[in-house]
Design a protein. Structure first.
Length: 455
């Protein structure tokens, strides 16, 4: 079997661009991913000054912070996924970066709730186009044995973006509270929180131009050629084809959606409550929390993605076509006791060490779920497939993860017990996710074997 896979890789090698082009493209896309996470997250660090200046309630700000972004991100993600399977992915990424950068800067000019809400809708709409296009391009740049590592490097952008938001978040909060206004060139005098949006948003307009320094790779693994139809008909047709394709390979997709979906609930749920748990359990201030979390997220994300990408690549080279399911499944098994123990610890340093290890094991989620999807799905459906899973998993994890932890804390542990709520969530959902992936390994092996005939 390893010999068969090796021969396939040799046959395919000539279809891929040079390693230099592949890695340059991947690193640039990771930079854009980093920028998107920074633009997306920064607003959550300035809740108090924005509420005070715009006269918002917690409910109104919650709508701006969560629903406005999530709904537009989901809706436009579904659209972006389908057009990524037909049109220039490079151009779509350029437009996406420009839109979310302008929208982020527009948040700085907000004078009312509705202005800020519409700007957040724009941020979500713009960022929705990146992942489907980037993951599709990377899949066409690297052979299977290098794909997971490449996607892991790309996904590092998310870890670094979120980590930087926390690292500088505490300092930013202090600066905003001490300096009410700032004078910017051309724009003039603005509130400090408005200046932050301008400073991180406007450079993105120029960064977007870098997308034209990367090539539009040849589409590989095409099963059926695209027909020349209208955009609307193309979107409807593509989702119909995707659902039909999924139904024919239901064993793989059931295990994929359940396994990675449950893992998303754990990862997203915990991420929403890390800072609050540290504040309640250990009494650390915002700056200290931000630094500790930032280091844990960046370091854990880097180590986890590098190790996962390298090991999965080696396993694939050895003939394990289901390496993504197997490796991540066993990672979830190992992460369960570490996550539970850390959340129940009364020692902050024990918690942070466990958090680092937990992040290292769970953070490669995007790399492995995208790689396993794209290895099975034909090129003309890859953007659609990634967008479809991302939307479903995103809505479910964002809705269920944080809420379940809060409910466990309130109704099982009597309130003010976020750590125990996280421990219970990890103790239930991580093992279930592992079971789904490990028992679905054979289905993935068979699905990948079939897909190799399209290359």
């Amino acid at each position: 079997m390893p010999e068969v896979l090796a021969s396939i890789d040799k046959h395919d090698a000539s279809n891929y661009p040079s390693a230099a082009i592949g890695w340059y493209t991947t690193i640039l896309l990771a930079l854009l991913y980093w920028l998107s996470l920074l633009d997306r997250t920064i607003i959550s660090l300035m809740v108090t000054p924005i509420k005070q200046d715009l006269g918002l309630t917690d409910t109104q700000f919650g709508l701006i912070l969560g629903a406005a972004f999530a709904v537009s991100f989901s809706v436009f993600g579904l659209i972006a996924g389908t057009i990524a399977d037909r049109y220039s992915r490079r151009t779509i990424i350029y437009v996406s970066v420009t839109v979310w950068s302008v929208a982020t800067a527009a948040c700085g000019g907000a004078a009312s709730m509705w202005h800020l809400l519409l700007a957040r809708v724009g941020v979500g709409a713009g960022e929705a186009g990146l992942n489907p296009c980037a993951s599709s391009m990377i899949t066409d740049l690297f052979p299977p044995k290098k794909l997971t590592l490449a996607l892991a490097v790309y996904a590092l952008g998310a870890s670094v973006g979120a980590g930087c938001a926390f690292l500088f978040g505490g300092v930013l909060v202090e600066a905003v509270s001490k300096t009410p206004t700032i004078t910017l060139p051309v724009i003039g005098e603005v509130r400090s929180w408005q200046a932050v949006f301008y400073i991180i948003g406007l450079p993105g307009i120029f960064v977007a131009l870098l997308t034209f320094t990367i090539p539009e790779p040849k589409r590989l693994g095409v099963r059926n050629q695209q027909k020349n139809t209208s955009v609307i008909k193309h979107i409807v047709t593509n989702y119909g084809e995707l659902l039909k394709f999924m139904a024919q390979r239901r064993k793989f997709f059931i295990h994929h959606y359940i396994g990675f979906g449950l893992a998303s609930i754990c990862f997203t749920g915990g991420s929403a409550w890390y800072a609050e748990h540290i504040a309640r359990a250990f009494g650390w201030d915002a700056a200290t929390r931000g630094t500790a979390l930032g280091v844990s997220l960046v370091a854990g994300g880097f180590v986890g993605k590098f190790v996962t990408g390298t090991v999965v690549g080696k396993l694939t080279e050895m003939g394990h076509k289901n390496a993504q399911f197997k490796w991540y499944g066993w990672s979830l098994v190992a992460a369960t006791p570490i996550g539970v123990f850390g959340c129940m610890s009364s020692n902050p340093w024990v918690y942070l060490v466990c958090l680092f290890l937990f992040i290292a094991m769970l953070s490669p989620l995007a790399a492995v779920y995208i790689a396993s999807l794209n290895l099975v799905t034909p090129n003309e459906l890859r953007g659609t497939g990634v967008a479809f899973f991302g939307t479903i998993a995103g809505v479910v994890s964002l809705s269920a993860g944080p809420l379940l932890i809060a409910m466990f804390s309130d109704y099982i542990f009597g309130g003010d017990a976020i750590g125990l709520g996280m421990a219970l969530l990890y103790g239930i959902f991580c093992p279930l996710a592992a079971i789904a992936l490990l028992t679905g390994s054979k289905a993935m092996y068979n699905a990948v074997s079939e897909a190799e005939s399209w290359n």
